[in-house]
Design a protein around this ligand. Sequence first.
Ligand code: UDP
Length: 255
Amino acid sequence: MSQSQTGSIPTVSIYGIPFSKLTMKETVKVLQEAVLSKQTPYQVITANPIMVMAALENPAIMEVMQAAELIVPDGTGVVWAANYCGDPVAERVPGFELLHELLRVGENYRWGVYLLGSTPEVIQETAVRLQQQYPAIRIVGYRDGYFGPAEDEQVIASIREAAPDLLFVARGADNQEPWIHKHKDALQVPVTMGVGGSFDVISGKTKRAPILFQKLRLEWFYRLLREPSRAGRMLALPKFAVKVMRDKENVTKVR
Ligand code: UDP
């Protein structure tokens, strides 16, 4: 077991990426403290095997992941790998559920929330639906995720002005984590988390996998059926599994 960036969070290293061993409940508690203390801006990454493989191929992504304050095991593959290598995590902490848990807790404090990413229609509908579902949350701002580096400064300025407690960013897996990492200090938001396709689901644009697929842990397969263009990227999953089996003794020793 090793410690993460922020010191007190127990982690297991998977190829040098420190995955949190906290349960969902403990994770929410840590982030609640982070918002209330406002001391360190937290970048939360909900990582899966695809991201681990991407980090192993790209040092810039590895750097972003190693600098994050909290990496939670989203994706059954990571939970399996930690277990297989004899240093298990507590449980899977899916990003989609963590987003909802944070909003639930945030209602007690009337936290301000900023939603950044996806298309203008999706983000507007997401804001409406989340406000209905969590009436005590303050949606202090939202905007779509289709902008380039030239607009970064203006986007950051409006987020700072809105002064949210939580910032959720959905701009595609390759984009959102480096963007948050780069601008974390300028943003001055206590907790920022990349949420991938979550706004598409919340707005009703895409459907979550039927319960049967979820129970069988085949959400990835359902998504593949709906979006066959994902096949290439999904090859990372078997590649990850084979690699972990081959490196069994060393996976958790890489720092
Ligand atoms: N997205 C965005 N800006 C971009 C690319 C993607 O706001 O430049 C949004 C997209 O609309 C979607 C979310 O990011 O809501 C996740 O996109 P996608 O599923 O394509 O990315 P993945 O997470 O699979 O990489």
